[in-house]
Ligand binder design. Structure first.
Ligand SMILES: *[C@@H]1O[C@H](CO)[C@@H](O)[C@H](O)[C@H]1NC(C)=O
Ligand SMILES: *[C@@H]1O[C@H](CO)[C@@H](O)[C@H](O)[C@H]1NC(C)=O
Length: 372
């Protein structure tokens, strides 16, 4: 029943987005509902092949097809209202309802906590990317059955800080954080601060090799294996994107909690959804902020003036963005990364910045340098 309505929305949406996504033959071929339905059916078949989907009954397949169309409509709306250069389309979540998506990736809303002192305002480097220093471990995949983004982000944060301050690469155990979580959250989803509290209580974290990821909560096995890294504590940062950038540039990657609504459809580009499409008050996903940048982005606008000749207008404007490491595998987004508009608290990115404190004993506050 939802299908005809959704199809109508796709037709009304002019099909321009389908064209832009390279998924559709031509605009004129999308002029009738029947043509759109044929096209969308083809897209769904491609989707099933690409993401290896089998449904247990024809009825279930029909239901998923309806959700898929609804996802196309949402992606199209995001695309048509996009203020940045973000591109949205079919992803592996396209046949998931919003409830299912939130169910897996949801984290709890953050509590209030004491904040780190503000850094002295110096001149902020225009860009910073800790990946270029080799300080960010490979993108991992939390899997479909475990709400473990909070643990992945926290562990990534510790791995990066350990690398930056001790110049030792580490792959650390997310599973240990899940199994031994102080609040007992595990795969049910938790707070990023619970991960840090857990690491403090365990007096360090075991390596991934010694305590590998299972994607489900098991019994805490703190064993005789040595800890591979330690933290001295953790802190929240001011809710201010300048401060956050200054901290990232001078100290290293940090965790942030954001609204993942646009991420469900994100493919590439600098994402800047309308506030109503990505409320800064509904934080549900924890990720690692590994740097930031500013780039001139060229937006081509095609005008059809009265004289009927097509003209292209090129608009150049500077866009500031955050570079965000996600935990949905490296096939998602830009090789596992998300670029999000920086400067307007997009999707609530600045609301809950938290980081572990990792310091070389005897050398607190040692200078580190983030590659630009
Ligand atoms: C595809 O899904 C089936 C059943 O869910 C599974 O057994 C198979 O390993 C999957 N193949 C790939 C390539 O993921
Ligand atoms: C960490 O994991 C990556 C990818 O799995 C691997 O290539 C790398 O060698 C590992 N590093 C360490 C220090 O174990």
């Amino acid at each position: 029943p939802a299908i005809p309505t959704a199809l109508k929305a796709l037709v009304l949406g002019s099909g321009a987005w389908l064209l832009g996504s390279g998924l559709s033959p031509s605009r004129s071929q999308l002029s009738s509902p029947r043509a759109v339905e044929a096209e969308v059916t083809r897209m769904f078949k491609d989707f099933m092949i690409q993401f290896n989907r089998t449904y247990r009954s024809p009825a279930e397949q029909q239901r998923r097809f309806g959700i898929f169309i609804q996802s196309l409509v949402t992606a199209q709306q995001l695309q048509e209202t996009e203020l940045g250069t973000g591109q949205y389309g079919v992803t592996r979540f396209s046949d998931w309802t919003d409830e299912e998506f939130r169910g897996v990736f949801q984290s709890h809303p953050p509590p209030s906590m004491a904040q780190a002192p503000r850094l002295p305002r110096g001149k902020l480097p225009t860009s910073c990317d800790w990946r270029k220093a080799g300080a960010v471990t490979a993108v991992r995949n939390q899997g479909m059955e475990c709400h473990s983004c909070w643990a992945f982000a926290a562990v990534s944060n510790i791995e990066s800080l350990w690398n930056i301050h001790f110049h030792q690469p580490r792959n650390l155990s997310v599973q240990e954080v899940l199994d031994c979580s102080w609040c007992g959250a595990g795969c049910n989803g938790g707070y990023v601060w619970d991960a840090f509290t857990t690491v403090l209580r365990l007096r360090g974290l075991t390596s991934e090799a010694d305590y590998p990821y299972k994607g489900k909560t098991e019994k805490c096995k703190k064993n005789d294996k040595p800890s591979a890294a330690y933290i001295q504590g953790f802190q929240t940062l001011p809710e201010d994107e300048e401060e956050i950038a200054a901290h990232v540039a001078s100290q290293g990657p940090i965790t942030v909690t954001l609204n993942s609504a646009a991420m469900k459809y994100y493919k590439r580009g600098i994402s800047q959804p309308l506030v109503k499409n990505c409320s800064p008050d509904q934080l549900d996903h924890v990720v690692l902020l590994v740097g930031y940048g500013a780039g001139d982005s060229v937006v081509k606008i095609t005008l059809t003036p009265l004289c009927l000749s097509l003209r292209q207008l090129t608009v150049v404007n500077e866009r500031q963005f955050w570079i965000i490491k996600n935990s949905w595998g490296d096939h998602w987004g830009e090789q596992g990364y998300y670029r999000l508009y920086r400067g307007r608290n997009a999707c609530g990115v600045s609301k809950f910045p938290v980081t572990a404190i990792v310091q070389r004993l005897g050398a607190p506050g040692s200078k580190v340098h983030c590659p630009s």
